[in-house]
Ligand binder design. Sequence first.
Ligand code: DGT
Ligand code: MG
Ligand code: MG
Length: 267
Amino acid sequence: MAKSKFEYVRQFEKDDSCLPNCWIVVRIDGRGFHKFSDDHKFEKPNDEGALLLMNKCAECVMNQFKDIVIAYGVSDEYSFVFRKGTTQFSRRESKLMSNLVSLFSSSYVFYWKDYIKQTALLYPPAFDARVVLYPSNNNLKDYLSWRQADCHINNLYNTCFWKLVLEGHCSNTEAEERLKGTVSSDKNELLFSQFGINYNTLDEFYRKGTILIWKKVDEEVLKVCRSKDDVEEQERVVIRSRRRVTHLHTDLIGDAFWLQNTEILEC
Ligand code: DGT
Ligand code: MG
Ligand code: MG
C-alpha cells in the first residue's frame, strides 16, 4: 500500500515495550475516592457493596486478559500481575495499562446498579494507572505483601477511627488525636477495651483485601450425543474442567499462600 507523506510522524512514537522476563504489574486506583465515597454514602470504614463492585470489575478484567495470573484489591485500588512471558500487546506498557484501566472503569459504571443500592451514580468515576516491572519472584511477593500490609495498617486505623466517631462520641479531630502515635497493639487494645472487639475476629474480607487467582473447577455440562446407530439424539451430563477466577481473602505475606498456590509463580 502506498504511504502518505505524513507517515513519518510515526517515528515520534516511543517504544514502550516492557523488559522481557519481568512480572508486569498494572495498579489502578480511584481518583479522589475520598470525596467519591462520601458523595455516594459509602458505609464507613468499609462498604461491602463498593468492595464487591471493585472485585466484579477486576474479575471482568481477568476474564478478558487470561495472562493475568493474580490480582489483589483493597479499598479503591487493584493490582494486576501479568505472567513474566506474556506477549499481550507485544508487552507495550501504554496498551496494557490503558486497556486495563478503561475496561475496569467502564465495568465500574456498567455494574454500579447491581452492587450499590443506596444511591445512583452521581458523576463519572475515574481511575489512574501505572505499570511497574518486577524482575524476581521475591520482588513480586514483596510488592503484593506491601499492598496487603497497607490494607492491614489502614483497616486497623479506620476501624478504630470510625468506632471512636460513630460510637465513642468523638469528633473527627478528637479521634485523630486519640490515635496519634499509637502502634498496632495500642489500637487492638483500644478496640477490645472500649468496644469489646477482637480485631482478629473481624471479617477477613476487610482485613486481608481480595486475591483473585485462577483455579481449575469441574463443571457439569449438558452434551447432545447421537446414539450408536446414529438415529437418536441423547443428552448426557459430562464433566468439564475449566479455569475460573477464584476470590480469596487470606494472608499472602507468609509462605503458606505461595506453597498452596505454586502455579502462580510457575507460569
Ligand atoms: P487519589 O487516589 O490520590 O486520587 O485520592 P483518593 O481520595 O482516592 O485517596 P486514596 O486512594 O489514597 O484513598 C482511598 C479513599 O477511598 C479513602 O479516603 C477511603 C475511600 N474509600 C475506599 N473504599 C471505601 C469504602 O468502602 N468505604 C468508605 N467510606 N470509603 C472508602
Ligand atoms: Mg484513590
Ligand atoms: Mg487508594
